[in-house]
Ligand binder design. Structure first.
Ligand code: PAF
Length: 285
């Protein structure tokens, strides 16, 4: 695996690879890699000839009250993990490379960025779409792999590449969970054993919702209420939202039918967690 730290060098390598007819598959990350990231990389390796992973903790996707400086940094371990699974290139630029002095251009997917996560993290998606566009311009991927864990992010990136006619295929891979059901996340490393157990309540609430639907419940508000009740029984939780939406426009649905996603964000003590489950129902009401 070759480590590349400059935009120029990364762009040169990518351009040469494209000229040689290679298909580039790309996984953008912010490091602190766990099994969820590794599953994205494995998928990318299957789909392309050359696999590039980026590690860049993107400051523009953190709001003023979100502590960027506390984001876990495990660069040497990350590098080892990527080398072990035989990634071709690791692109790890520093902040000034991506946002040089005087930087002022942003990409925004306007409506989709305002809802769900966007209500609580107003600048988040503007930062994500800006950095992903920049990384796409540098790496020129044919395929880019994102995780279903960040459901809204994946929906927004798909919309962005369609809107700006970007020639890249976006692939979304399933959530990787711990045995307990807790979705893998860089933030889980902040938890002790007891907190980890409480954190499973997000997954439990999704499973409860799924069961209600399987048992015939079709009222989205009843499902949300019952999830809310379950979450409130776990100490240290503060619910931000539970949403049941379609998978494209992220509009809330009232009657459970067709393809939809239940997503939620919950604070557990000092840590903010998100999770979701996508469901397809054959029956039409
Ligand atoms: O999902 C993430 O880790 C980040 O939002 C991404 C896509 C790497 C952009 O910084």
């Amino acid at each position: 695996m070759k480590l590349i730290k400059t935009v120029n060098q990364m762009q040169k390598v990518a351009t040469l690879a494209k000229k040689a007819g290679h298909k580039i598959s790309f996984v953008p990350t912010m490091g602190a890699l766990h099994e969820g990231h590794i599953s994205l990389v494995r998928k990318a390796k299957k789909l392309g000839d050359i696999t590039i992973v980026s590690i860049f903790v993107n400051p523009t996707q953190f709001g003023p009250n979100e502590d960027l400086s506390k984001y876990p940094s495990t660069f040497d371990g990350d590098k080892r993990k990527l080398k072990e699974i035989d990634v071709d290139y690791l692109f790890a630029p520093n902040i000034d490379m991506i946002y040089p002095k005087g930087y002022e251009t942003y990409i925004t997917v306007e409506k989709l960025s305002l809802t769900l996560e966007g209500e609580f993290r107003p600048v988040h998606f503007r930062g994500v779409t800006t950095v992903v566009t920049k990384l796409f311009n540098i790496i020129q991927p044919d395929i880019a792999v994102f995780g279903q864990k960040d459901f809204q992010q994946a929906v927004i990136i798909k919309k962005m590449v369609a809107d700006i006619n970007y020639p890249v295929k976006i692939v979304v891979t399933p959530i990787v969970r711990e045995k307990s059901g807790l979705a893998m996340s860089s933030r889980n490393r902040y938890f002790n054993v007891e907190q980890r157990e409480r954190a499973c309540v997000l997954y439990k609430s999704l499973i409860q919702a799924k069961k209600m639907i399987a048992d015939g419940e079709r009222s989205a508000s009843k499902i949300r209420q019952s999830m809310q009740r379950l979450i409130s029984e776990t100490s240290g939780t503060k619910l931000e939202y539970i949403a049941i939406t379609d998978n494209i426009e992220l509009m809330p649905i009232r009657k459970i039918q067709g393809k939809f996603t239940i997503s939620l964000a919950v604070w557990l003590d000092e840590v903010r967690l998100i999770d979701n489950i996508s469901i397809t129902l054959k029956d039409k009401l």
